[in-house]
Design a protein around this ligand. Structure first.
Ligand SMILES: Cc1ncc(COP(=O)(O)O)c(C=O)c1O
Length: 465
């Protein structure tokens, strides 16, 4: 790490470069700071300012200053077909002419639910929400109602949206693996939520003994099959199978949060890929084709608690759910268009694998060639670069990441015309786009190296993709 003064100097000079490349964006950000908290609606913003987007098409995004970026953020992962896919745009146009929001039901929503039930292991019924956060909230509520138990277990490093009951230990990780601390990661969380959460280690069998220990009080275990926000780290198959078995033993529900991985990692999502079915699955992102969406799905006997019984005056659902815009026709139109393109046109998922593998292989070879202490994680069309001494298998391994270089890497990638985000490719990306992303990493790492910010070794390093 360079001395503090030098670090500040490097940051400021990179930020100046970005501001210079984006004069209109910088002016928008100045206005934004007067009306949005710290100039943004997101909990975290990308220093020194967000990219102000003008338009996006396919694998590319253009900002208001005319800068073009290869888009590896893809609407936080929602756009599996890339930006403005003609099938999605066409479906939205057609729906627009017939109405954008109705209270009653539509046949199209039934068809979207049928697609989900056919594709997602263990899904017999689907209930739509407006966001992934609402879906994870509904899943926990359902699990408590079904089991009559209070506690929910989550994995450290996992992000499940701004969900009151799960805002724990996604950035602050501590405690021995057998008894991980439940660190509150947001001020204002209710004391009830604190008392009711158990945090489990990721990819470690200590999680299983903890589940058995907490068993009689545990309503559910919620897990992302690939830890997305914590760096695209896939669960080991044994870990997911172990969670399934431990949940069955103690009578807790297993909830897969597939908001990111659903319909991205394959036609049957991560569950199909791993061969492990959850009792309840949360979906989002891809099923909305770029419109706001979430869904909770699972066994029929559980899911039916979300809706009031048909008979009986004033009958009420056992579990509260629903929402004014849930299942809105624009979302349904875009979601159906994206899913039907992905599922009915042969070759899309194979292509996503090819591109994801090419990205991971290209980056691994780059690190080896440069002798950079870096590793790439991910699965299918998801990838993430870590400036760590070893390949991270859990978020704990990220503590060793080179913080300043990691931060500047993102800024330098933007200056090289790559919007990194969590790290996704879409069917709209080409091999050439992937190679250009790798070339941008090469340039960005070269710059970090010349600034003395990178650990390099004469022996080639890197991880196998
Ligand atoms: C795994 C996971 N679950 C839930 C959410 C929350 O979804 P939303 O942002 O749509 O509320 C996210 C958001 O990125 C996520 O990554």
């Amino acid at each position: 790490m360079p001395p503090e003064g030098r670090a500040a100097e490097l940051l400021e000079s990179a930020y100046q470069e970005l501001r210079k490349a984006r004069p209109q964006g910088a002016a928008h950000y100045e206005r934004a700071c007067k009306v949005l908290p710290r100039g943004t609606t997101r909990a975290r913003y990308w220093e020194p300012m967000p990219i102000y987007v003008e338009r996006a098409e396919g694998a590319y995004l253009q900002d208001v200053d005319g800068n073009r970026y290869i888009d590896c953020n893809l609407g936080q992962g929602a756009l599996v077909l890339g930006n403005s896919h003609p099938a999605v745009v066409g479906a939205l146009r057609s729906q627009l002419s017939r109405g954008t929001h109705f209270g009653p039901a539509t046949e199209q929503a039934v068809a979207l639910a049928e697609t989900i039930v056919t594709a997602v292991p263990g899904a017999e019924r689907v209930s739509f929400t407006n966001s992934g956060t609402e879906a994870t909230l509904a899943a926990l509520r359902l699990a408590r109602a079904v089991t009559g138990r209070r506690k929910v277990a989550k994995v450290e490093g996992a992000w499940h949206g701004a969900n009151e009951y799960l805002l724990f230990s996604f950035t602050t990780l501590s405690g021995p693996l057998g008894r991980v601390d439940a660190n509150v990661d947001s001020a204002g969380v209710s004391h009830g939520a604190i008392a009711d959460v158990v945090v489990l280690p990721f990819n470690d069998e200590a999680a299983l003994s903890r589940i058995r220990e907490e068993g009689p009080e545990l309503a559910c275990v919620i897990v992302e099959p690939v830890l997305g926000g914590a760096g695209c780290i896939p669960a080991s198959p044994d870990y997911l199978k172990g969670l399934r078995q431990a949940c069955d033993e103690v009578g807790a529900l297993l909830v897969f949060d597939e908001v990111v991985t659903g319909f991205r990692l394959g036609p049957h999502s991560a569950a199909g890929r791993y061969g492990v079915a959850a009792d309840v699955t949360t979906l989002g992102k891809a099923i909305g084709g770029g419109q706001p969406v979430g869904a909770v799905c699972g066994r029929a006997d559980l899911m039916e608690l979300l809706v009031a019984p048909r008979t009986g005056v004033g009958s009420r659902a056992v579990v509260g759910a629903g929402g004014t815009f849930a299942c809105n026709p624009m979302t349904v139109a875009a979601g159906r268009a994206q899913l039907s393109e992905l599922l009915s046109v042969p070759g899309h998922y194979e292509r996503l694998e090819v591109l994801g593998d090419r990205m991971r292989r290209g980056l691994t070879e780059l690190f080896a060639r440069r002798g950079t202490q870096a590793h790439v994680t991910g699965l299918g069309s998801m990838f993430r670069v870590h400036l760590t001494p070893t390949r991270p298998e859990s978020p704990r391994d990220l503590v060793m990441a080179n913080g300043l270089a990691t931060h500047l890497l993102r800024v330098y990638l933007e200056l090289e015309g790559v919007l990194r985000g969590m790290g996704f490719v879409s069917t709209a990306h080409t091999e050439d786009d992937v190679d250009r992303v790798v070339a941008a990493y090469d340039a960005a790492l070269g710059r970090l190296e010349s600034e003395g910010l990178l650990e390099t070794s004469r022996e080639p390093v890197g991880s196998t993709p």
